[in-house]
Design a protein around this ligand. Structure first.
Ligand code: SF4
Length: 384
C-alpha cells in the first residue's frame, strides 16, 4: 500500500473510539492527496466510475464534487437497482396487478414507470399493492391472507440474499410466489469495460455488495481488462480514501484489486450468504434498463424453486401493454445513458421541469439511489 493510501487507511481503521468518517480535517488531507495523485498522472481527465447509487448519494450529499480535482472525472455507473430494473419486468408486475393478483414490493418499485403504467398507477385504479420493508414481511403478509401474493423482488445481490433466505424457509405458505427482478453487479462491469469508446480507467466498487461477494470476485475482471478496482464504503472519508487508492493505481499502471473498506469486506466475503444466494438463484442473461443485454446479469430462481416462481405459476401476457406507444415524455428520458456513464441528469431536457421526484418520468428520478433524484435533491456538479 502506498504512503497516501496508508494515511487514508489509518484515518479509517484506527482505534474504534477515534473513527471519524466525516472528520473535515482528514477529509481535507485526503482531498489534497487526491489532488496530488491526480496531477501526478500527468494528463487530464482521469476517468473512474462508481457502480453504486449509495456512492453518488454520499458524493452529492456531502458536497464532495466541490473538492474533487478538476482533472478527475468521477462517472456515475449503473448502480441503482431500482433504475436498472427493466421496463418489461415492471410490466410483468403491472399485468399481474391488473389481473387482480396482490403484489408486495419495496417502496420505490411502486413508482417506477413501466411501458404504460407503474404499480402506483395500478393502485390508484384499485389494484392491491403492498409496500414492504423486508423480505420476511412478505411471508407474514402471505400467511395473513387467503389471496395469492406475488413478491416483486428487486435489487442487487445484497437484497437477493434476503429473498433467498425466505425461499429457503420451511413451511412457506402456498399462496406466495416470487417475481425476481434481481440483478448481479459483476457482469455489468464487464459490459461497461467493453463498451466501445469507454473512458473508464478504474472502478470504485460498492462496499455492501462486496461484503457478500468478497473483493476476490473482482480479481479475474482486473486480469481480463487491466482496469483497477477499489472497494469502498459510503462515508465521505471512505469514498475519498477509495479514490486516492484508485487514482494511484491508474497513475502507476498497476491494475489490481484493493480493499479500502476492510472493516466490512474480506477477500472471501460472506460464504454463508453466498451459499444461500446460489442455492436459490442462477445467473442468467437479461436486459438492464438502458444498458441492454447483460450476460449473467439477472438472477432467476433455480428449477428446484419452480413452485415459488411467479413466471411458472402465471401466464403473464405483456402484449396487451406493448400494443400501445409509450407516453411521449418517457421517450425523451436519457436514464439509460446516465447509467451507462455517457450522460448526466442535466443533459435531459425534462430534468427539474416535467420530471421531478413527485412526478418522475423515468426510473432515475424515483429512487434515493437514482442519479436524477440525487442531483435534484442535492445538486450535481457545483459551479465554483
Ligand atoms: Fe429520465 Fe427524468 Fe432523469 Fe430525464 S430527469 S433522464 S426523464 S429520470
Amino acid at each position: 500500500m502506498t504512503e497516501s493510501g496508508m494515511a487514508a487507511s489509518t484515518a479509517l481503521t484506527g482505534s474504534t473510539a477515534q473513527l471519524k468518517f466525516r472528520d473535515p480535517v482528514r477529509g481535507k488531507a485526503l482531498a489534497k492527496a487526491l489532488e496530488k495523485v491526480t496531477r501526478d498522472v500527468g494528463r487530464a481527465p482521469v476517468s473512474v466510475m462508481h457502480v453504486c447509487g449509495s456512492h453518488e448519494q454520499s458524493i452529492a450529499k456531502f458536497g464532495l464534487r466541490a473538492i474533487l480535482p478538476a482533472g478527475l472525472n468521477v462517472i456515475m455507473g449503473p448502480g441503482c437497482p431500482v433504475c436498472v430494473t427493466d421496463t418489461p419486468e415492471v410490466d410483468e408486475a403491472v399485468v399481474l396487478a391488473g389481473d387482480g393478483v396482490r403484489i408486495a414490493t419495496y417502496g420505490d418499485m411502486v413508482r417506477v414507470p413501466g411501458t404504460m403504467k407503474s404499480l402506483g398507477d395500478m393502485q390508484a385504479e384499485g389494484a392491491r399493492i403492498d409496500v414492504i420493508y423486508s423480505a420476511a414481511q412478505v411471508v407474514e403478509l402471505a400467511r395473513d391472507t387467503a389471496e395469492d401474493v406475488v413478491f416483486f423482488a428487486s435489487g442487487f445481490e445484497t437484497t437477493a440474499v434476503a429473498t433467498a433466505a425466505i425461499a429457503l424457509m420451511p413451511d412457506l405458505p402456498d399462496n406466495l410466489s416470487i417475481l425476481s427482478a434481481h440483478k448481479y453487479i459483476p457482469p455489468v462491469m464487464e459490459i461497461v469495460a467493453e463498451m466501445p469508446g469507454s473512458k473508464v480507467e478504474g472502478f470504485l466498487a460498492a462496499g455492501h455488495a462486496a461484503a457478500i461477494t468478497g473483493y476476490g470476485i473482482f480479481e479475474r475482471f482486473v486480469e481480463r481488462h487491466g482496469i483497477p478496482v477499489v472497494v469502498a464504503g459510503f462515508e465521505p472519508l471512505d469514498i475519498l480514501a477509495g479514490l486516492v487508492e484508485l487514482v494511484q493505481l491508474v497513475r502507476d499502471g498497476t491494475p489490481k484489486v484493493l480493499n479500502a473498506f476492510p472493516r466490512c469486506v474480506s477477500r472471501e466475503g460472506n460464504r454463508n450468504a453466498q451459499g444461500q444466494l446460489w442455492k436459490v438463484f442462477r445467473a442468467t442473461g437479461g436486459r438492464w434498463r438502458g444498458i441492454a443485454h447483460v450476460p449473467n446479469g439477472n438472477l432467476r430462481l433455480r428449477d428446484e424453486f419452480a413452485r415459488l416462481d411467479t413466471r411458472k405459476k402465471y401466464r403473464i401476457d405483456l402484449r396487451r401493454l406493448w400494443n400501445h406507444a409509450a407516453p411521449a415524455l418517457t421517450q425523451l428520458c436519457v436514464c439509460g445513458d446516465i447509467m451507462a456513464g455517457i450522460a448526466a441528469p442535466t443533459d435531459c431536457p425534462l430534468f427539474g421541469k416535467q420530471c421531478v421526484p413527485d412526478t418522475p418520468v423515468g426510473a432515475c428520478m424515483v429512487s434515493s439511489e437514482g442519479t436524477c433524484k440525487i442531483w435534484h435533491q442535492y445538486g450535481g456538479v457545483p459551479r465554483l
